[in-house]
Design a protein around this ligand. Structure first.
Ligand code: SF4
Length: 438
């Protein structure tokens, strides 16, 4: 009761860990919506916003128990076939009118673990993207990595490649998750924290920007353990930290282990909140700015990342088996998986989509308000230009409620998340989302 009085709107509720409109709810593809997608791709992109291009290597050489991303066991002998299909899919998009009239500011190898590839394969795929699409003069190049299968040669290959295309930064996204070796083992991570730290230092020494994934509220994690994780992350002086509460997704090995009582459950909502708020202060004190979905960054390139700040959503071409983050304007899609079905679909000349969501205008308005969860403002005039009315006229109750509670700030120009609202940003997104299923 006490907490409800102090915290206001959400003090007595759980923190949401997902915003509305995630890929999980997209409907399966039908012949009609596939045709609608193809005819959209025949139109020109008139938005003139720089987009992001992601090629997913949907394979890992070991499976982390918490992971819900699409990935299969890596087999060296099968990868060439997959890479060929991936290039074919990318080419199918590149030949459409929409993509020919689009420009990409970020080229990302995601997944999965792209560092299961050799350095030659990594560079070949990056070069393929560069020559197949309109890429800006100073793109960002990003490669996701696991510390146990990356090495100096792969880091160096990315640095050299980025230099050759005049990239404004070359980034490795490295999944550390925790520096606690007992939890790393529980998660089936393949190397020790010390080995992971060594690789991160090597990457930074070679000139790469490093962003690490760090999770909190882990099974059995104490406040002391959580603080130790942050201190070790800060000591590495990385350019960014993607900081997430662990989300136990049903069907993952971790969810099954918790269900069977093999490992302790994660802490409750109160502990999670305490950890987040304390971490926020520690990151801020160390010079990091909260930005994007879950990032704390200390470099301008990430604080003002063009793909994030573009109004209202820039667009993201995501290719590869199971890739689920693709969207262009009203169209959001998820690709076919597993890799064998994906390769078959591509070889039949089909854009390999499994699910496709086409937003109505009402959903578009709701999605624009989702900018708050990525810590971006909602520009009121731009909203009016696009929809013919202001956000306050569209969502009067939600905006007034959140403003009164100090979770958002509204002025003549824009609507912004406040520092107090930051911890609740997914809950705030739900205020503008569709009604939740019971
Ligand atoms: S390396 Fe990354 S993608 Fe692969 S299982 Fe672990 S968390 Fe998932």
């Amino acid at each position: 009761m006490k907490e409800k009085t102090e915290e206001g709107l959400y003090g007595n509720q759980e923190r949401e860990n997902w915003p509305p409109y995630t890929y999980r709810d997209y409907p399966d593809i039908t012949p009609e919506n596939y045709r609608s997608f193809l005819s959209f791709l025949r139109t020109e992109n008139t938005r003139h916003l720089e987009m992001e291009l992601q090629a997913w290597i949907s394979f890992c050489d070991s499976k982390c128990t918490f992971c819900y991303f699409p990935n299969e066991s890596f087999h060296k002998e099968r990868i060439e076939e997959y890479l060929l299909a991936l290039k074919k899919e990318l080419k199918m998009y590149a030949e459409t009118c929409y993509i020919r009239s689009s420009e990409f500011d970020e080229v990302v190898l995601g997944g999965g673990t792209p560092t299961v590839l050799s350095s030659e394969q990594i560079v070949d795929l990056l070069s393929y993207c560069q020559k197949t699409f309109n890429v800006t003069e100073d793109p960002m190049i990003k490669v996701a990595a696991s510390t146990h299968n990356v090495d100096k040669k792969k880091f160096k290959a990315v640095v050299d490649y980025a230099e050759s295309v005049h990239a404004r930064c070359a980034q490795m996204d490295i999944g550390v998750q925790t520096f606690d070796d007992s939890i790393r083992k529980m998660f089936n991570m393949q190397d020790s924290a010390v080995e992971a730290e060594r690789m991160i230092k090597t990457a930074r020494r070679l000139g790469l920007y490093v962003c690490i994934d760090l999770m909190f509220n882990l099974p059995g994690q104490t406040m002391e353990g959580f603080r130790e994780d942050i201190k070790r992350a800060l000591k590495l002086d990385v350019e960014g930290i993607d900081y997430y509460a662990l989300s136990v997704v049903s069907g993952t090995p971790l969810a099954k282990q918790i269900q069977r009582g093999k490992i302790p459950p994660m802490g409750g909502s109160d502990l999670e909140k305490r950890m987040y708020l304390e971490a926020y202060e520690m990151f801020e004190e160390a010079g990091y700015t909260p930005t994007g979905h879950s990032r704390f960054a200390r470099v301008a390139e990430w604080i003002d990342e063009r793909c994030c700040v573009g109004w209202p959503w820039t667009g993201q071409l995501t290719a590869g088996a199971g890739a689920f983050m693709g969207y262009f304007e009203r169209y959001s899609y998820v690709n076919i998986e597993p890799a064998s079905a994906y390769i078959n679909a591509v070889n039949r000349g089909r854009i390999p989509i499994a699910k496709l969501s086409i937003s109505s205008e009402e959903e578009e308005m709701r999605k624009v308000m989702m900018r708050l969860y990525i810590r971006q403002p909602v520009d009121k005039q731009k909203f009016r230009e696009q929809f013919g009315r202001l956000p306050e006229e569209t969502f009067p109750r939600a905006i007034s409620k959140l403003e009164k509670k100090g979770l958002i700030k509204v002025d003549n120009r824009e609507i912004r998340l406040t520092k107090k609202g930051d911890v609740w940003r997914y809950n705030i997104a739900w205020e503008f989302g569709p009604r939740k299923k019971p």
